[in-house]
Design a protein around this ligand. Structure first.
Ligand SMILES: [Zn+2]
Ligand SMILES: [Zn+2]
Length: 363
């Protein structure tokens, strides 16, 4: 069977032939991969900036945003059966006894850094026809979501951020009556976040460098949210134009914007950062003003990565809700469906909002 692998030492990305995988443990299941979503992480890995092969291997199979069908189950698998549609979680726990996060089933909070991530760090991904996976790392998806369920993994990043933000707001000694949310970035994560805010009844604004006439802007307005382009309104003037926000979610990874974003928070507001800027990125900030504001307005800035099982389950619930509220807008997030052999080209030249690789058709 075919797979797409990066060879970091040879700086090479190529299709390879692999033997058909077989069940090893009693709790394993065999998956036929239906679709794999591509994102900026895959682009970074395929340009050899990031990512690492499993130990002892010279290559890493790409792909972490999966949708698959169960073909065969091990003898101790009780929660899944052949024919079930599933999404696989990305991160796997580290082996260390002292890591309470991993031992408690939340490797997304791993404290040792020795976790693995399928398709990213030390474990092969899903850009292949068949995969063997332990049942523990799978989440079942309703069949009615089949054509959009590949969005569950990126959406789980948002549902985790929302869950964390909620617990931060819970510290307030009064009901904050949250109303206004700002999203920085109009990529798939930003647009999914706008959907989540609208679905929760928030007044939502998306701020990005794309023009106010482009596809992402159109999609944002179709949700009933507002779109503001950074080419017309610098972040310093955004509060004047659009008011201040209870919560800001950043999904750009542009360091100067990440640091400037507190300027648009309401007092007691929360800024969630999900973008990953390049390590060498620098930004000029007025540290005195930024830190004064943070203290004098009880603001919280937090980073969030990856997601736990409850966030995946929440993502599935949200996606079901989105498909009732604005199904066409959700479908429009997936702008390309391509076969495996077109992936190298697509990773080199990004197009559309979310590109999805079709590995096999749903039965
Ligand atoms: Zn991704
Ligand atoms: Zn750990």
């Amino acid at each position: 069977m075919q797979a797409l692998a990066v060879f970091p030492s040879k700086k090479n990305l190529q299709l390879i032939d692999l033997p058909h995988p077989k069940l090893q443990d009693a709790t394993d299941v065999l998956l036929r991969v239906h679709e794999v979503g591509l994102c900026g992480t895959d682009r970074e890995i395929s340009s050899f900036e990031y990512g690492s092969p499993p130990s002892g291997s010279d290559h890493l199979i790409l792909g972490h945003e999966s949708l698959a069908e169960i073909i065969e189950v091990g003898r101790e698998v009780s929660s899944f059966k052949p024919g079930d549609l599933v999404v696989a979680m990305v991160r796997r726990p580290c082996p260390h006894a002292e890591c309470r996060a991993c031992r408690g089933g939340r490797p997304d909070f791993c404290v040792t850094g020795d976790f693995t991530e399928r398709g990213i760090k030390g474990a092969d991904g899903f850009l292949t026809e068949y995969v063997v996976e332990d049942q523990e790392y799978l989440v079942r998806v309703p069949r009615v979501l089949a054509d959009v369920a590949v969005l569950v993994e990126p959406l789980s990043v948002i549902t985790k951020a929302a869950d964390q933000a909620r617990s931060i707001f819970d510290r307030l000694p009064y009901d904050p009556g949250l109303q206004r949310g700002l999203v920085l970035g109009a990529g798939p994560i930003g647009l999914l976040c706008a959907m989540a805010l609208v679905a929760e009844g928030f007044e939502a604004v998306v701020y990005s460098r794309d023009s106010e006439e482009g596809k992402p802007a159109e999609l944002v307005r179709s949700l009933g949210a507002d779109y503001v382009s950074s080419t017309r309104t610098p972040i310093e003037s955004l509060a004047e134009r659009s008011g201040r926000f209870d919560v800001v979610l950043e999904a750009v990874g542009f360091a100067p914007l990440m640091l400037a974003a507190t300027q648009v928070l309401k007092p007691n507001g929360v800024l969630a950062l999900t973008g990953v800027p390049p390590e060498a990125a620098t930004a000029e900030v007025n540290a005195g003003r930024a830190l004064r504001n943070l203290v004098l307005r009880n603001e919280v800035i937090f980073g969030t990565v990856n997601a736990g099982r409850r966030d995946y389950l929440s993502a599935i619930q949200h996606l079901e809700q989105f498909m009732i509220l604005f199904p066409e807008s959700v479908r429009k997030l997936i702008t390309d469906r391509v076969p495996l052999d077109e992936v190298p080209q697509l990773l080199a030249h990004k197009r559309g909002i979310k590109s999805v690789v079709e590995m096999s058709r749903a039965a």
